[in-house]
Design a protein around this ligand. Structure first.
Ligand code: CMP
Length: 137
C-alpha cells in the first residue's frame, strides 16, 4: 500500500466538482485517508511549491493556488502515486488523455484542476507538509 498527496485546486473547487473528482479516485481503488478544505496563505503555497522557485511560472502558480480554497487529501492504495497521476492526466490539459481528470475538468496548464505527488519520496514529504500522523486514518 502506498500513500500520495492530492490537491483539488481553486479552479475545480470554484466549478463545484470536488465530488466528481473524488469519485474518480474512489472508483479506481484509491481511498481517502485524510482530507481538509483550506485557503492557503502565500507563505504556505510558496513553501509547498519551493521546488519550482526558479521556474518562470512560480509566482503565477503561487498566486493561483491562493486565489480560492483548495481540498487537500491523502490517497491510499496499491501503486497510489502512479495510479493518481494516470487518473490526473498530463499537466497540460490540452495534452491530457480523454477521460482523465485534467482533460475533463481543467482549463489551462495553470488552472489544471489537481496536483498529485510525482514520486513516492515527494509523496511522503508532501503528506507531512499538510498532515500530522494523527490526522491520517
Ligand atoms: P502541479 O502538478 O501542481 O505542479 C506544478 C504546477 O505548475 C503544475 O501542476 C502546473 O499547474 C503549473 N505550471 C505552470 N506552467 C508550467 C510548466 N510550463 N510546466 C510545469 N508546470 C507548470
Amino acid at each position: 500500500m502506498e500513500k500520495t498527496l492530492s490537491i483539488i485546486k481553486p479552479d475545480a473547487v470554484k466549478k463545484n466538482v470536488i465530488g466528481k473528482i473524488i469519485d474518480r479516485f474512489e472508483s479506481n481503488g484509491l481511498k481517502i485517508v485524510a482530507m481538509k478544505r483550506v485557503l492557503l496563505s502565500k507563505e504556505v503555497a510558496g513553501d509547498f511549491y519551493a521546488i519550482h522557485k526558479e521556474r518562470p511560472f512560480y509566482n503565477d502558480l503561487v498566486e493561483f493556488m491562493i486565489s480560492g480554497p483548495v481540498v487537500v487529501m491523502v490517497l491510499e492504495g496499491n501503486d497510489a502515486v502512479k495510479k493518481n497521476r494516470e487518473l490526473m492526466g498530463d499537466t497540460d490539459p490540452k495534452k491530457a488523455q480523454p477521460g482523465t481528470i485534467r482533460s475533463d475538468f481543467a482549463d489551462s496548464i495553470d488552472a489544471n484542476a489537481v496536483h498529485g505527488s510525482d514520486s513516492l519520496e515527494n509523496a511522503t514529504n508532501e503528506i507531512a507538509f499538510f498532515f500530522s500522523q494523527t490526522e491520517i486514518h
